[in-house]
Write a protein that binds this ligand. Structure first.
Ligand code: BTN
Length: 262
């Protein structure tokens, strides 16, 4: 049972497609850690761990993810039977599914865009963070992938590295709450996982590119030890960013933080 935003009324449980199983926790350290534990115990493809709040939420690059009640925190266990080099494509599959779900529920006041690699933006401000973790088998195939998603519905951090916002602040209707978003996300995820499995990454990549910020524009990419500037040339066939420098050389970037060039 998950308490409502103020810790009072319990939220209704979402109805998910039959392929999904849901573990709903009122409070947990990190849904990614819980999903990982369950994956190691053999949890099935499309097991979702959803929590009302997280006490040790994790972000990318070892950062923490503040997780007060009222936002949507979940991690999904996927067993895609693919090569490890293809696993990152699943973060784009889930990003597109979540973007479509939010877009269909949030109304016309919220423009949903993406920021490489996997942020979903509400009117240009960060509203969602995705954290992908995976493990391979000794035979060199993917054993499990966990995609963790934190969506700012009621709250957002005021002091984030990149300006952030929430669906409520941007004008989403009161009917959009964690349970309704989770229900629509699962519906979209079923569709997009099917597209990816049957047709490969091409359609997912095309859908992601339709909403991405900064494609073809000057950007700054902050890496742990250097900052690069160039043009966001394209997304490669595994989801890496292709940065084109002034002299026409390119560099393929698999992890980093993107900012519009100042
Ligand atoms: C980012 O740094 O942008 C990624 C943030 C990912 C946060 C989500 S919330 C649900 C899941 N559990 C975690 O501990 N992290 C992810």
């Amino acid at each position: 049972m998950i308490s409502g935003p103020s810790g009072t009324a319990p939220a209704p449980l979402p109805e998910l497609p039959p392929a999904f199983s849901l573990i709903a926790l009122d409070s947990v350290g990190s849904t990614n850690d819980e999903a990982r534990r369950l994956a190691e115990e053999g949890a099935a493809h499309c097991t979702i761990v959803w929590a009302g709040e997280q006490t040790k939420g994790r972000g990318r690059q070892g950062r923490s993810w503040t997780s007060p009640r009222g936002n949507l925190y979940l991690s999904i266990v996927l067993r895609p039977d693919c090569a490890p080099s293809e696993a990152a494509q699943l973060s784009f599959v889930t990003c597109v599914a979540l973007g479509e779900a939010i877009s269909s529920l949030a109304g016309s006041r919220v423009e949903v865009t993406y920021k490489w690699p996997n942020d979903v933006m509400f009117n240009g401000k960060k509203g969602v963070g995705l954290l992908l973790e995976s493990k391979s088998t000794p035979a060199g195939r993917v054993d499990w992938v966990i995609v963790g998603m934190g969506t700012n519905i009621e709250h957002f951090p005021e002091d984030a590295r990149y300006p952030a916002s929430s669906l409520r602040k941007e004008g989403a209707p009161a009917s959009l709450v964690p349970a309704t978003l989770l229900q629509e996300l699962a519906r979209q995820l079923e569709t997009w996982l099917d597209v990816w499995r049957k047709r490969g990454f091409g359609d997912v990549r095309a859908a992601w590119k339709q909403r991405v910020q900064g494609l073809g524009r000057a950007i700054e990419v902050r890496l742990p030890n250097e900052t690069l500037t160039g043009v966001f040339g394209d997304l490669d066939r595994n989801g890496a960013l292709i940065l084109t420098f002034k002299d026409g050389r390119t560099r393929t970037i698999t992890a980093g933080d993107v900012f519009p060039q100042s």
